[in-house]
Design a protein around this ligand. Structure first.
Ligand SMILES: O=C(O)c1ccccc1NCC(=O)[C@H](O)[C@H](O)COP(=O)(O)O
Length: 205
């Protein structure tokens, strides 16, 4: 089970995520209680070891600005939320880093991983980072294959059930590992990684 912990804001958050065994950490560049400035982002990225993916998270920021910010910070991957057209993915992909396409599942969502040139697909609740769950029974008619992550309202107590219902390749969490909005709880971070791995130790390929 691939585990991404999102919305990290301090070097201590990064150290705990790495020690807990997270596969990826998300750093939010977009307006949010978890937003960090470019200098902080660069500092956080420097603390992420090579075996863990540092992911810059963007929403509503123009593709050329995404490219500039991501390159400046040195993130390993870029996650684009919302209505970015294919051309934006193409522009950002010139950076040469993997892309994550983060979308809400609706009847017209293209659930093919790679449809926009991305390496991972993230299915999230309508308001990213809100901690709200969404109805994953919608996956019954439109289940992605391959590298897709389930996100939206996951936490220590519900991740096992969510994984067994949705059968994702990986999971992503932010609110569920916080003590208050934007403040990571290091105990919950560790518990979440353990609970997600216990739910499904191996990801389907
Ligand atoms: O975290 C945010 O505030 C945020 C804002 C704008 C775009 C994306 C954002 N977060 C992205 C994530 O990957 C979250 O981890 C994901 O949406 C799950 O969030 P949650 O439901 O809080 O676990």
């Amino acid at each position: 089970m691939y585990v991404k912990l999102c919305g990290l804001r301090t070097t201590a958050d990064v150290a705990v995520a790495v020690d807990a065994g997270a596969d990826a950490v998300g750093i939010v560049f977009t307006e949010s209680p978890r937003q960090v400035d470019p200098d902080t982002a660069r500092r956080l990225v420097r603390e992420v070891p090579p075996h863990v993916l540092s992911v810059g998270v963007f929403k509503g920021i123009a593709a050329d600005e995404v490219r500039r910010l991501a390159a400046e910070a040195g993130v390993d991957a870029v996650q684009l939320h919302g209505r970015y057209p294919q051309a934006a993915f193409e522009e950002v992909s010139a950076l040469g880093v993997p892309l994550v396409r983060a979308v809400t599942l609706t009847s017209d969502t293209d659930v093919r991983v790679g449809a926009y040139g991305e390496q991972m697909l993230l299915l999230d609740s309508p308001v990213a980072g809100s901690g709200e769950q969404w109805d994953t029974t919608a996956l019954d008619g439109a289940r992605p294959e391959g590298r897709w992550l389930l996100a939206g309202g996951l936490g220590v107590d519900n991740v096992a059930g969510a994984v067994s219902r949705a059968r994702p390749w990986g999971v992503d969490v932010s609110s569920g590992i916080e003590s208050s909005r934007g403040v990571k709880d290091h105990g919950l971070m560790r518990e979440f990684v353990a609970a997600a791995r216990a739910a499904a130790p191996h990801s389907p390929s």
